[in-house]
Design a binder for this molecule. Structure first.
Ligand code: CDP
Ligand code: ZN
Length: 157
């Protein structure tokens, strides 16, 4: 049996934080605000996986109110989700995702992101796809106020 899931996330830019996307630190003049490392791509992927599993969402599994998750690497959360998948005997077929940011361009970093995400999920990096997209200056991403990310995942059981 196959199950599909969708994930979406947004974080706003702030001064004085590192920019972490797909577990990779990207040199940029500002970072994303959030309780964890605010890795908007990994959060969208986690929500897509949880969606496919029928397991609510990232905020319910890892509450903002918990000090355990303050400034935590979102890759740690992704590994937790990988454990849940294993417990349920579910396997990821593939992940596709889009990061929407006017700047920075992410394509120089997507191979490293794919490797990190695949490692956490114990899958091949060829099962993970990451695309970058601008909005041609339109909307909050275009004004460089924040970054959004979309992900879909197919899992089989
Ligand atoms: O040309 P089109 O409108 O389809 O795409 P775009 O948003 O102008 O982006 C052009 C190319 O830049 C994309 O195909 C990506 O390869 C790259 N890109 C990126 O790496 N990171 C982003 N945040 C946005 C775009
Ligand atoms: Zn998030």
């Amino acid at each position: 049996m196959f199950k599909v899931g969708i994930g979406y996330d947004v974080h706003r830019f702030v001064e004085g934080r590192k920019l972490i996307l797909g577990g990779v630190e990207i040199p940029f003049e500002k970072g994303l605000l959030g309780h964890s490392d605010a890795d908007v791509l990994v959060h969208a992927i986690i929500d897509a996986i949880l969606g496919a599993m029928g397991e609510n969402d990232i905020g319910r599994l890892f509450p903002d109110s918990s000090p355990n998750y303050k400034d935590i690497s979102s890759l740690v959360l992704l590994k937790e989700v990988a454990k849940l998948l294993e417990e349920k005997n579910m396997k990821i077929v593939n992940i596709d995702s889009t990061v929407v940011s006017q700047r920075p361009k992410i394509s120089p970093y997507t191979n490293e992101m794919k490797n990190k995400i695949a490692d956490c999920l114990k899958i091949e990096s060829t099962q993970v796809n990451i695309k970058g997209k601008t909005t041609e200056g339109l909307g909050f991403e275009g004004r460089e106020e924040g970054i959004s990310a979309y992900a879909v995942v197919l899992i089989c059981e």
